[in-house]
Ligand binder design. Structure first.
Ligand code: PMP
Length: 363
């Protein structure tokens, strides 16, 4: 069994076989360069070209106009929890609105409070973070500095299948665990960030897409390394970037364009993968229980429990023996989580579905 092909890890996630092979090759010697990717200068023309190619591919995939800048940063999605309110909340005299829909959005609120007023428009904790708000449960202020939300809650497996917020108020979204998993209406967003280690590549690089107009008023006193303008000016080479991680991202984007054929196709495939597993969960309600309300189910992280807690260890053990890995739920929640990131094939999901059916039937 190829353990890579059956890796359902919540992150860092599985990458396509083609990308792994290309990365292996690049560690020995990058085609056309003749040097290991681990020893190529980030100041070389070749690397500048690589950054440009990533930007071109992203613009093509997302239909991204020039009024947005593309940045490759470090510090993970967690640093964006601070950089966003530093830019958009600090000294604004306004209130930022946050949706608290799960483990990660809860984390994003804490550093925002250091920069100014925060209003939590929706807090799903009392209901165990098992559902997202409905449109009529949210009252946005037209005066808000911005609305921040997490499009896919990685731990609980909740995903927005519509775009919350009101047009006219800046919309900021942490798309770490569903970026490039399906098409989005990019111009409804003002700032999007996503770390690489789910759908894009390895940890170490975080993608930021920012409407350039946001940078017309930057509050004073922000250290240069935390100022988006410095990174734009430096074309994402403000200091030494993670060259290897960025190389892998470039190969993933190529794979997405050439092998998959773009975001429409990626979305259709991801939907199919998710429906396959939820179908099994719904078919055996005496054995499995999905975490999320069906309306809010994530296509990326299928989170469920066994009806009896004592079955869970058995399920995970047997899955491991059958070659599946990464199925254990997040430490904050327990249970089982099957993450179906872009790099995971439909065949792998079908194999897991079959395993779950066998487990349900024969124990
Ligand atoms: N946001 C989301 C939605 C995540 O899933 C995670 C981590 N899995 C984070 C933020 C934190 O990311 P990082 O470890 O890159 O800081």
């Amino acid at each position: 069994v190829d353990r890579n092909a059956l890796n359902f890890s919540g992150g860092p996630g599985v990458l396509p076989a083609r990308v792994l092979a290309e990365t292996q090759q690049a560690i020995a010697s990058v085609p056309g360069v003749g040097l290991s990717i681990l020893g190529i200068s980030h100041r070389s023309d070749w690397f500048a070209g690589l950054i440009e190619q990533i930007e071109r591919d992203l613009r093509a995939l997302l239909d991204l106009p020039d009024s947005y800048g593309v940045l490759l940063l470090q510090g993970g999605a967690t640093l964006q929890f601070s950089m966003v309110p530093m830019l958009l909340l600090r000294g604004s005299g306004r209130t930022a609105e946050y949706l608290r829909t799960g483990y990660w959005s809860a984390k994003s609120i804490v550093p925002a409070r250091l920069e100014g007023e925060v209003r939590v428009l929706w807090d799903g904790e009392a209901q165990g973070f098992r559902r997202l708000p409905m449109v009529d449960e949210l009252e946005y202020s037209p005066e808000a500095a911005y609305l921040h939300y997490v499009s896919n809650e990685t731990v609980e497996g909740l995903q927005f299948h519509c775009v919350p917020g009101r047009d006219g108020v800046r919309r900021v979204c942490d798309m770490s665990s569903d970026f490039l998993s399906r098409p989005i209406d990019i111009e409804r967003f003002d700032l999007i960030y996503a770390h690489a280690q789910k759908n894009l590549g390895p940890a170490g690089v975080t993608l930021v897409i920012i409407r350039r107009a946001l940078l017309e008023q930057v509050p004073p006193g922000i250290p240069e390394i935390l100022d988006y303008r410095a990174h734009l000016q430096a074309r994402s080479v403000y200091n030494t970037p993670p060259v290897l991680a960025i190389y892998v991202v470039s190969r993933v984007l190529r794979w997405l364009r050439e092998d998959i054929g773009g975001l429409e196709r990626m979305g259709a495939l991801n939907r199919c993968k998710a429906e396959c597993l939820y179908g099994v969960i719904d078919c055996y309600p005496d054995i499995y229980e999905g975490w999320a309300r069906p309306l809010d189910r994530s296509w990326m992280n299928v989170v469920f429990r066994l009806k009896r807690p004592e079955w869970e260890a058995e399920f995970l053990d047997r899955a491991e023996q059958a070659g599946f890995s990464g199925l254990k739920g997040h430490r904050a929640l327990g249970g089982v989580r099957a993450s179906l990131y872009n790099g995971l094939s439909l065949q792998a999901v079908e194999r897991l579905a079959k395993f779950m059916i066998d487990f349900a039937r024969h124990g």
